[in-house]
Design a protein around this ligand. Structure first.
Ligand code: PLP
Length: 432
């Protein structure tokens, strides 16, 4: 069934009950014709609105929203967010360079997470003066101290602790249990802070957690923060005062919410999340950082694709699109659900189809046994809620060109990344 997108909390709406699909003020047909497909389309308004939801929800406390660059690292999106006061959570030297390229002066609002930082990455981050390193192990703390001493700059750091909190989400994106590779066992953190306090090149700045991604309820965030807050109080008694608590990212979205007017609105979701964190942090007076990624960009984006073919194999009908798993891997990787909607619906009854790409893998699918209104070769369809971990996880698998990206700003639209071409495909290769 075509979701009735009216009342959905999305920029992708129909121009009437059965009309064509728009992103804010721009028709997706226009975009498909002008920029071709596969094409990522993002609403600037929604991205800004989501950032502001977090900024409003935490306005009672000194805070910084550090957008998780990994969710969508397009320069234009980083710029859009930086200009509205966002900081950034990065996990690699490449992401740091993206922030610097987009808005150089935002570098002082960068936190550097990630379970394996190299000496070169640390050096660069020290030289440009990021806000904080989120240190994930004892060995990394020693390396950070050594690099800081070499460069004769103090390194501001937080320990990323593992609070041993279970967050119900896909196993691949759950990170807050002791058995996961992330962070430092919270029971060992106090000792590491004491060690660090004796190193003049290390500046004790904060404490951080990140318990996972696509977490739908506020409770696990509150539980993690309670444990963190307890530790800050214990440390304070010893004279170790942490100025910053970083609650990480992970607030999930509703990938099934199209048309459900009764669904909890994103603003309410953010308020519940903020309330859980604030309640747990009642005894902490310092600054709060948060690192949302998905919640800010996921529902602002769609992957626009054209139907190449509709094919029947036995009882099954396959809708073969020009987008594939290399463009959007989430269904193959996490069995993730994305709504598939025809851009210009045809008359006729919905029927069960598999929506698949042309890549040579059975796992190359976007939807299985999905009820879809009739589509024909040449029709445009949109995969909704694809703004996070879509383009960012794209690849050249099957030697396919990665898609273009367009940013819609009200009634305007502009290319923010051109489609790859043959010259890009071979650019780094050496033949002899
Ligand atoms: N912070 C860290 C350290 C992460 O690893 C991630 C993603 O896994 C995020 C923030 C962003 O998570 P999300 O996009 O779910 O908000």
């Amino acid at each position: 069934m075509i979701p009735d997108l009216k009342n959905a909390f999305r920029p992708f709406q129909r121009s009437g009950a059965h009309g064509a699909l728009y992103c804010d003020g721009v028709s997706l047909e226009t975009l498909g014709r002008k920029y071709e497909t596969p094409l990522y389309v993002y609403s600037a308004d929604q991205i800004v609105e989501r950032l502001e939801m977090f900024q409003r929800a935490f306005k009672g406390r000194d805070h910084l929203v550090c957008y998780a660059v990994k969710a969508n690292s397009s320069l234009a999106i980083l710029k859009l967010l930086a200009e509205r006061g966002a900081g950034f959570d990065i996990v690699s030297g490449g992401e740091l360079e993206r922030v610097i390229a987009a808005v150089p002066k935002a570098v002082g609002r960068v936190v550097f997470s990630g379970v394996g930082k190299t000496a070169a990455e640390i050096d660069r981050a020290l030289e440009v003066g990021i806000l904080e390193f989120n240190v994930e192990s004892e060995a990394e703390l020693a390396l950070l101290g050594a690099r800081a001493k070499k460069l004769k700059v103090r390194a501001r750091f937080a320990l990323r602790v593992n609070p041993d909190v279970f967050a119900e989400t896909h196993p691949y994106i759950s990170t807050g249990l002791r058995e996961h590779k992330f962070g430092i066992d919270i029971r060992k953190a106090a000792e590491l802070y004491r060690v660090a306090a004796r190193n003049k090149w290390l500046e004790l700045h904060g404490i951080s957690v990140h318990i996972g991604s696509q977490i739908r309820s506020a409770e696990p965030f509150g539980a993690a923060m309670e444990r963190v807050c307890k530790l800050t109080v214990q440390l304070k008694r010893e004279g170790i005062v942490l100025k910053v608590v970083d609650a990480g990212g992970g607030l999930g979205i509703d990938y099934h919410s199209g048309g459900d007017a009764k669904a909890v609105t994103p603003a309410v979701k953010v308020e519940e999340y903020a309330a859980a964190i604030e309640k747990a942090l009642a005894g902490f007076e310092g600054k709060l950082l948060i690192e949302p990624g998905r919640f800010i960009v996921a529902q602002a984006g769609a992957l626009l694709t054209r139907v190449l073919n509709v094919k029947k194999n036995g009882k099954k009908t396959f809708v073969i699109t020009d987008a594939a798993m290399n463009d959007l891997i989430r269904p193959a990787l996490y069995q993730a659900y994305h709504e598939v909607v025809p851009v210009k619906p045809r008359a006729g009854r919905a029927r069960s189809v598999d929506v698949v790409g042309p890549v040579c893998e059975t796992g190359d699918f976007f939807a299985r046994d999905r009820m879809l209104k009739p589509v024909e070769a040449g029709d445009l369809v949109a995969l909704l809620d694809a703004g996070a971990y879509g383009m960012a996880q794209s690849s050249n698998y099957n030697s396919r060109f990665r898609p273009a990206e367009v940013l819609v700003e009200g009634k305007e639209h502009r290319l923010i990344r051109r489609r790859e071409e043959l010259k890009d495909l071979f650019a780094t290769e050496v033949l002899s």
